[in-house]
Structure formats: C-alpha cells, structure tokens
Design a protein around this ligand. Structure first.
Ligand code: PAN
Ligand code: ZN
Length: 188
C-alpha cells in the first residue's frame, strides 16, 4: 500500500474519504446500564443512537496502525450518562491513545487484577491506555463528545467480559453534578 492522507473535521469528528463507519444504538447495549426500568421506558418509544465510529481502512495486521474517531452523543439512561460498550483488546498486550477533539467526558479503565481509574477528557487532552487495560468512554456534557484514537492493527476487540461484569466505576449525574461512583453490581 502507499502512504496517504485523510481529512478529519476536528469539531464533528467526521473523517472524509474511504473510511468505514459503524453505529451503536441503545438496543445494542441495553443490559449494560444499571437502571433497567429506565432502559425499558426509553425503548418503549425510541431506540436512540448512542455513538458512531469512523475508521480509516487499513489492513488489520501487525505493524499497521488503526485510526478512528468516536462521536458519543449526549444523553442519559436514568442518571447514568451515555457511554461506549467498552472492551479489552483481543491481543491484550496492545495499547491505545485517545485525543479529545470536542465535547467533554471521561475515560474509564480497568485491569483483570481489579485496578481501575477514571480520567477526565476535554479538547486537546490526550489519554493513554496501556496494554492490558480495558477502556470505556462516557459523555458527561451537553454536546457530542468526540475523540480520536490510534491503536495497533491486530489489536482486535474483546467485549465478552465487559458485557457480563461492567466496569468498577460508573459516572452518574446526581443533583446536577457529575460524580464518579463505585459500581454496586461489580464483582471480579
Ligand atoms: C475505540 C472504540 C470506540 C467504540 O475505537 O472501539 O470508541 O467503543 P466500543 O468499541 O467499546 O463500542 C477503541 O477503543 N478501539 O480500540
Ligand atoms: Zn480499544
């Protein structure tokens, strides 16, 4: 393959040109929110789009780098903000960098040994996800939360354990404030 360039709109996160795009709706991750009554209530009337991911197509091979933008929309399910599913990389020894382009939110991380963290993301802030750390993002603002990510081509995504156990920390709105709380349902 030859070297190439792509244009990324730093506000909207849209990548022009030959990129792949995928989307996630509430129905795709309805069991991952704590307030299941709130989930059912929303799904009775609509199935909101939670986020879109634009990915620049390169071979998913060792030595390549994948680049993508995520556009995570604002909203809540009960008092829990819209979030991504979250995953470990299939090849667990692969890292990832996220650069926040617009909006605001949090990066939630965890390891299989039970370590966890919550890092704030604002435009211009880079967060680094070392190998072996699962990662999820949360939109705590009123605007789309947009970030750019780079990770190894052969990393792959493993959603399985996160679908079952979630993350140790949750980001909630309480009395108009954004708070980081321990996930009461989390068990290793
Ligand atoms: C990101 C994520 C993206 C969507 O590109 O894939 O933000 O989150 P989920 O994949 O957890 O639904 C990334 O971390 N890639 O490795
Ligand atoms: Zn990742």
């Amino acid at each position: 393959m030859d070297p190439f360039g792509r244009d990324i709109d730093l506000e909207s996160g849209i990548i022009e040109g030959a990129s792949e795009k995928w989307t996630r709706y509430l129905s795709d991750m309805k069991n991952m929110y704590q307030d299941q009554e709130a989930v059912e209530e929303i799904l009775d009337s609509e199935d909101p789009l939670l986020y879109e991911v634009y990915e620049i197509s390169v071979p998913k091979e060792s030595g390549q780098l994948l680049h993508c933008t995520t556009i995570l929309y604002p909203g809540k399910v009960g008092n829990e903000y819209y979030m991504t599913k979250g995953h470990y990389h299939e090849r667990k020894d692969t890292a990832e960098s996220y650069l926040c382009l617009s909006g605001r939110g949090y990066l939630l991380t965890q390891t299989e040994d039970g370590d966890s963290d919550a890092l704030r993301m604002v435009p211009g802030r880079l967060v680094y996800i070392p190998p072996y750390w699962a990662h999820r993002t949360v939109n705590t603002g009123d605007e789309p939360f947009v970030f750019f990510g780079v990770y190894p081509g052969d990393a792959g995504h493993d959603y399985g354990s996160i679908e079952e156990i979630g993350f140790p920390k949750m980001i909630l709105e309480e009395d108009g404030e954004t708070v980081v709380r321990k996930n009461p349902d989390y068990e290793v």
